[in-house]
Write a protein that binds this ligand. Structure first.
Ligand SMILES: Cc1cc2nc3c(=O)[nH]c(=O)nc-3n(C[C@H](O)[C@H](O)[C@H](O)COP(=O)(O)OP(=O)(O)OC[C@H]3O[C@@H](n4cnc5c(N)ncnc54)[C@H](O)[C@@H]3O)c2cc1C
Length: 486
């Protein structure tokens, strides 16, 4: 239940930090496994109702650039600080990670392997897709075994998508997404107006339209405006969690603490709490992304069923990932860079949102800085990512050969893909990683770290579905090992 002042009782079975993807999916599964458990959830942001968000045109009153510091001129990192975290602002795109993305070192000799495989995650991907009611194409089964059937049928492709699909049926697909095609319950059908961070129809999965039963559960106490500032770690155990509410400090303890305060705030919190592991905060990364424009001859675009309609793996399949980053692209159903100006041809343009994987680099990361907010230092993407961008420019015309193309050009490189990853990486070796395959801190065993902070390698997939699946798995595994300690 939502509470508006710190509770009298300060002892819980579970204390959860944050209410984004990582925290919410862990919480949901934990409640199912331990029905009577007493849980405290501490959320730094406010509860902004859907009406408030639509009126204000934003997801939170806290600007994300006010939540960290960085050297002047560097790229920014977008997050949402509010009840629901990134479930509010996200655009609902939900591809899975490919099996080979989990094994970069073994397959391509670069980066590191995840300590977990795609196959181990499949049952949890399915559960996460069910919970979010993902609409997707069943022919993705060929690339992502264990995908079909999706809970809901895919959105309409646009005319250029239909041509790309006909030319390369195994590389071009309808985008799997958490936006409903048909209304279900209080959630409406996607209006395809590309206002997805606000989602005027409430079609997109978010914490407020699909997780209020979890947040409102009887023995779960959810306090907003409660910024966790410190974890008291003694003898490798989190003894208590300190948080600030209304200018005052409070503390609470839990047998288990789940830290899901996003990939910038979580490592900072641990660093401020005295964790000096050399890898903590390191390897911050995200994809390199760019918008390309394709001028078409005689084919109109922008007649698809959602904001991004097609997902293409042509550039991904042909990439030599030992040398440069693989890429995918989305065909966009909105005209962010404008329409064509020639008479009668204004819709003969197809914008592409291209994402290229990076190799996480140790020198990029988060430190305590002056102690008032995380200091984020990420001078640039790696040469590996930029070589990937060069390959995109070279190979895109081939991949688009199913279309009547007049010209292809890069419009601009994006400042951010809005995917904050790394900083508390998962791994088998406690010397080189922060959490194990079950998301448990290697040293502090009553601390589980969730969300995209645990990414070991970048991949090309939007990360939230995988964050949800990892959390469902982590809660399940913790329960199973308690039941059967052998
Ligand atoms: C505009 C935009 C569009 C996006 N679209 C997509 C998409 O289409 N598909 C996709 O997969 N991903 C998308 N993302 C990325 C997605 O939002 C993130 O990957 C995801 O939210 C990460 O989950 P998380 O649990 O790690 O962190 P979050 O979801 O950010 O959750 C962190 C939570 O912790 C809270 N918190 C932070 N600090 C503290 C503290 N000190 N004390 C207490 N609470 C705290 C925050 O308020 C928040 O509730 C998008 C992001 C943006 C910005």
């Amino acid at each position: 239940m939502l509470i508006n002042r710190p509770p009298q009782d300060s002892t819980y079975d579970l204390v959860v930090v944050g209410t984004g993807f990582g925290s919410l999916f862990y919480l949901k599964r934990y409640q199912e496994l331990y029905p009577g458990a007493r849980i405290l959830v501490l959320e730094r942001g406010k509860y902004h109702t859907r009406e408030w968000q639509l009126e204000q045109g934003q997801n939170s009153e806290i600007g994300y650039t006010d939540t960290y510091q960085m050297p002047e001129g560097q790229k920014r990192w977008s997050t949402t600080i509010a009840l629901g975290g990134g479930t509010l602002c996200w655009w609902g795109i939900t591809p899975r990670m490919s099996p080979e993305d989990f094994k970069m070192r073994s397959n391509f000799g670069v980066g590191v392997d995840w300590p977990i495989t795609y196959d181990e995650l499949v049952p949890y991907y399915r559960q996460a897709e069910q919970i979010m009611m993902i609409s997707g194409p069943n022919d993705l089964e060929g690339r992502f075994p264990g995908t079909a059937p999706y809970p809901a049928r895919p959105h309409h492709l646009s005319t250029p998508d239909e041509l790309l699909k006909a030319a390369s049926p195994n590389t071009h697909f309808a985008v799997p997404s958490a936006r409903l095609r048909e209304p279900v319950g209080s959630r409406g059908a996607c209006c395809s107006t590309s206002r997805c961070h606000l989602c005027p129809m409430d079609a997109k999965f978010n914490a407020l339209n699909a997780m209020m039963d979890v947040l409102g559960a009887e023995n779960t106490f959810v306090l907003t405006d409660a910024e966790v500032t410190h974890l008291d770690i003694q003898n490798d155990v989190v003894k208590s969690v300190t948080y600030s509410h209304d200018g005052q400090d409070f503390s609470a303890s839990g047998d288990l603490v789940v830290l899901g305060a996003n990939a910038i705030q979580s490592p900072y919190l641990l660093q401020k709490s005295g964790d000096t592991h050399p890898v903590l905060g390191r390897y911050l990364h995200e994809k390199l992304s760019a918008i390309f424009e394709v001028h078409l001859d005689g084919v109109d675009a922008f007649d698809g069923g959602q904001a991004s309609t097609g997902l293409n793996y042509g550039l991904y399949d042909s990439a030599d990932r030992s040398q440069y980053g693989a890429a995918t692209f989305y065909t966009e159903n909105h005209w962010g860079t404008g329409l064509r100006t020639e008479y009668g041809r204004w819709r003969q343009i197809l914008p592409l949102f291209v994402v290229i994987e990076d190799i996480p680099q140790e020198h990029n990361g988060v430190t305590v800085g002056d102690g008032s907010a995380p200091f984020v230092d990420h001078p640039d993407w790696s040469d590996y990512a930029y070589r990937g961008l060069d390959k995109v420019k070279e190979n895109l015309p081939d991949v688009l050969s199913g279309l009547p193309v007049e010209s292809v050009s890069m419009a601009y490189q994006l400042v951010t893909a809005s995917h904050v990853q790394g900083t508390m990486r998962m791994g088998e070796d406690p010397e080189t990683s922060i959490v194990d395959k079950d998301l448990i801190h290697h040293r502090v065993r009553n601390l589980t770290c969730v969300g995209t902070s645990v990414w070991s390698s970048c991949g090309v997939a939007n990360p939230s579905l995988t964050a949800a699946a990892l959390s469902l798995r982590a809660a399940n595994t913790a329960f199973a090992s308690q039941e059967d300690p052998s």
